[in-house]
Ligand binder design. Sequence first.
Ligand code: 0A1
Ligand code: ZN
Length: 876
Amino acid sequence: MRDAEPQPIRLADYRPPEWLVDKVDLDFALHPTQARVTARLALRRNPKGTQGAPVILDGDGLTLVRLAIDGAPLAGSSFEAGPDRLTLAHPPADSFTLEIETLVDPTANTQLMGLYRSSGNYCTQCEPEGFRRITYFPDRPDVLAVYTTRIEAEREEAPILLSNGNLVESGPLPGTTRHYAVWQDPWPKPSYLFALVGGKLAKVADRFVTASGREVELGIYVEEGKAERAGYAMDALKRSMRWDETAFGREYDLDVFNIVAVSDFNMGAMENKGLNVFNDKYVLASPQVATDADYSGIEGVIAHEYFHNWTGNRITCRDWFQLCLKEGLTVFRDQEFSSDQRSRPVKRIADVRALKAAQFSEDSGPLAHPVRPQSYREINNFYTATVYEKGAEVVRMLKTLLGEAGFRAGMDLYFQRHDGQAATIEDFAAAFADATGRDLTQFSLWYEQSGTPVVTVKGSYDAEARTYRLDVSQAVPPTPGQPTKAPMVIPLVVGLVGPNGDDLPLTLGNTVVERGVLELTKAEQSFVFTGIDARPVPSLNRGFSAPVNVVSGLTADERVFLAAHDADPFNRFDALQGLALGLLKEGARAGAPVAPEALIGAARNILANTALDPAFKAQALALPGEGEIARELAADVDPDAIYAARKALKSALGNALAGDLAQTYGALVAAGPFTPDAASAGRRSLRNLALDYLAVTASAEGIARAAAQFEQADNMTDRLAALAVLVQHDVPERERALAAFYERFKADALVIDKWFILQAQIAASDTLERVKGLMAHPAFSLGNPNRVRSLVGAFAAGNPTQFNRPDGAGHAFVADVVLTLDPKNPQVASRLLSSFKTWRQLEPVRRASAEAALRRVADTPGLSADVSDIATRALG
Ligand code: 0A1
Ligand code: ZN
């Protein structure tokens, strides 16, 4: 465990590395508890470094066996070695080879960083600072080296031996039960992209020919017996490889691309060069066990990791402050890929819902930080929705401002200039500025200022002058460490919708507004559109062109009009959501039912509109989540009141639209066997939304319909959707279905995770006891991150009424789990603790209990840096 209060690391203190490593030769002798690692580092003094600087290498919990310089063993007096650092105060020359032998215990590695075991297989995770748990090294992303990796192991225990790059040699070790393999990666890379895998794995093989004719062998390795579930991932991989060629002109650059799926993994997946390691949740799928959401998750994550080959690997980050350089850009790229593979508007709606749920809530609470932070105490805590999802929004805005061609020119220049380098956000911005001639100085504030801007818009029509005027103001709320803000560049895409539903021409003075993009740059601005013959309804922030909160003052009638007519599908969706949100806020505040007639009418029209995509309808008719309502209320939040208001509105809609919903449910019966394509998934999503609404009052008919679907479903999407309906209601069918589901899928941990999630999210006063009980269930394990996230994570982040119980028991429980988990896996523990990120908006009683739980965590001696950092900032 590391120091509980390390000094913060600051971007402003960046210095180039004193020593570079040109070449790394690694030799692994795998062993369950004593893996021997021999590293040969070709060290060279950095000409840009400090004269006479010592060699200081990072380590973390290492046991040193032996050191040698240029082949000669090193005397103890000439170095200083601790578990966390190796120092050569007087290096013998300006370049030399340092040989380091260390011992590591993969079985005892419960942090899942460095070399560890998952289901008996060996694997590694090195981003961000895991390589130092394998050997001493300048473990920072701006030290790029070429790696050769030799692995030897018991043939019986680990018949498969993989590392980065191309396989150059392999075979038995004569006279032993062991064998070996040598892998060589010709591309210089930082240590965080190193990977090794050894174990008993089944392989799915395929091949891909790149645009220029390079033949690539593709392999997906999974635990034995699961190979038939890797087909969809392989298909997604090939589509990703082709897409990056056409959309960004990027080809793959090795002869081999391997993916390994493991069942113990802290995050989603990892882009190690030529050897991606995945949480098996993002690889394995079959109609019986995976939902449509799982399929699209797999497609997105496979694409994301593959796209990192250029945005992250060929061009990497100079330091961890630049994390968004690879992550924001790569999320943007995977979002675009999925949009091209599926429905663009539906993908955008889903992404914005996720952004608001995870990032807007982060940005409005004590853990808010800039897309590029200025300092950190624990970098692991910055793999956040802000760095990833807001980072992607910033790239999207850049594209909106520069247009398709300008954006592509900037990307091309970025790749051309920085291939093989460790780059910065300044480098990225300069490529776009230089390619297009545009000054991006003010735009760069998106990387520096945290907080979600509020854009307030007032429209006024002058019939006589035939003008329509938009008065726009912007303000960025204060956030930790940033009390005042400067105005941002906000690309606000707008339309003016005329009385017949058509867009009116957008002309400012004599200039046509291209693509509807208004550029906000000042605290207050006005735009006067000319030639407007009738009073329009403004459609603002089309496609969610900027990650801001728009205050529009639109009336309910105007929203109904936009829901029916807006040419922009996102804003059609948003008009309905805005209507619903208004009612939900009112209901939660007043504790009384509201008049939902306008919403019901608009929803009925959407449902009846045969021109609309079912997936779009499902998104438009799904009410805003409890978290979004809470964020809108901003202060004195009572989660029970929100839950009640949402349930009341859902009941009102379900009752009023019962006939239409039943008709929809009946009409959308699948015509054939399950296929995971977007169109089929869309029909299932609408049908299952209808199922949910039709059961909202727990009528006998509604429950019976769900129970029948649960029993008869031929795929996991429909079965789980029915189970999700049943578990929300206190009916006998609930426990019956839960028991049947467990019996049927108990051999399948990833499916049992779904069973944990549904139970953890039940909004009922006995849920906490249920969750505590499930922690003792044989299928649960505190050692597996997926299990912890599914049971405890789903409770903390997905059950606002029970996590925030007024008696404080929910907060106390999550704090207890965080403290129990912290010594074993600090990364997963600190993520769990981040569920407290919105605690300050709660009403006083719940706020006090959240604060007490956070204080209890913060005051516990011996905390990891991860948990201590979150606790301190959450309280700060
Ligand atoms: N770079 C990965 C995310 C990742 C970060 C840290 C990890 O350590 C446990 C693992 C993965 C991505 O963006 O997919
Ligand atoms: Zn990533």
